[in-house]
Design a protein around this ligand. Structure first.
Ligand code: XIL
Length: 335
């Protein structure tokens, strides 16, 4: 048919995809325009690539994606302003090569955010302002990081304030993974509640959705969406994919030569899982404003390199030939 995912979901939420300047071209670009109405730069706006040295900004890739979105009337989500990964070393160093103090680190964070958000003011409609600061271990509140070590929790609220000053109309998100798991969810909720209670300019929460054919638990997902919405925040699914490897296997990851095939049994599980999570998403039509996939097709996904370099994965709705998988049809078959 002539319809794409974005058309089937027109009365529900935007349908996005993470892209690089390469994937907006040629046959991949054509698929993107047929199926999606939103993009997220996969890497181009992260601090290391866009601001590798104090006095150097690399705008070319991010500009190309923003211009592409503008020319084709796509929404664009910015990702991400403050993260513990893909962050340049200079930002934590002072002029004598030692560790920066809190005042200088916050000033640099402010300069960075004002410069990047300011450049794309009115173009990037939503930002993942702070990414993945909650700890994964049950007894950790915040993740150990230089941000946290040097500034304490304060950098989180400051980041939102700087972004709001730079573009008062942009929607500002906190973004994290495993955010539907009860222990981590309680910590995320606690942090978000503090921000909301303190009138920090935050408008939404991003659930990354790096799941697998075995996860998440449906009930935990529903409860999480309700809980986050109860804070008055909008919800976006920001980085959806369903790995063929369960989360636990990722932790004791296989070598590439021991990889699983995308068997009929795994394919069936994936179809099932995609069907169920999209039916849950639809039942939260009021709360969820966007669902973004983390990459376009099984031809090339970040999960081919993570956590095991060279271990092939098949987590998306389009196959290696850019054709719609059975899971695609199950996701759009609801009327
Ligand atoms: C990933 C990209 O997809 C990779 O290309 C890059 O090498 C590492 O980062 N959570 C996030 C994303 O918020 O920014 C990550 O993206 C995936 C996990």
């Amino acid at each position: 048919s002539n319809q794409g995912l974005k058309d089937y979901y027109q009365s529900y939420f935007n349908i996005g995809v993470a892209v690089s300047p390469q994937t907006i071209k040629g046959e991949q670009g054509a698929l993107l325009l047929k199926e999606f109405n939103s993009i997220t730069p996969e890497n181009a706006m992260k601090m290391q690539p866009i601001h590798p040295r104090e006095d150097v900004y690399n705008w070319a890739d991010a500009d190309a994606l923003v211009n592409f979105a503008h020319d084709n009337r796509l929404k664009i989500r910015g990702h991400t302003l403050c993260w513990h990964e893909q962050v340049p070393a200079w930002i934590f160093k002072n002029s004598s090569g030692g560790r920066v103090d809190k005042a200088l680190l916050l000033k640099r964070l402010k300069d960075h955010i004002k410069t990047v958000v300011g450049r794309y003011k009115g173009k990037v409609y939503a930002w993942d302002v702070v990414n993945e600061v909650i700890g994964d271990e049950d007894d950790q509140y915040l993740r150990p990081s230089l941000w946290n070590e040097i500034c304490g929790e304060e950098f989180i609220a400051r980041a939102f304030e700087y972004a709001h000053e730079a573009d008062p109309d942009a929607l500002l998100f906190y973004n994290d993974y495993n955010s539907e798991r009860p222990v981590k969810r309680a910590k995320i909720y606690k942090m978000l509640k503090k921000l909301v209670d303190n009138k920090v300019p935050i408008h939404g929460v991003g659930l990354q959705g790096h799941w697998s054919v075995f996860e998440p638990d449906d009930t935990e997902l529903r409860e999480s969406l309700k809980l986050y919405a109860s804070l008055g925040l909008q919800i976006q699914i920001t980085e959806l994919d369903l790995s063929i490897y369960p989360w636990e296997k990722n932790l004791r990851a296989k070598k590439p030569d021991e990889q699983d095939r995308f068997t009929a049994a795994l394919e069936k599980k994936q179809i099932d899982r995609y069907t169920r999570i999209f039916s849950i998403f639809r039942s939260f039509k009021k709360e969820i404003s966007s669902v973004t996939f983390w990459n376009l097709s099984d031809r090339s996904t970040w999960l081919d390199q993570y956590p095991v370099p060279g271990r092939k994965n098949y987590p998306l709705l389009f196959d290696q030939n850019l054709q719609r998988k059975k899971a695609y049809w199950s996701v759009v078959d609801f009327r």
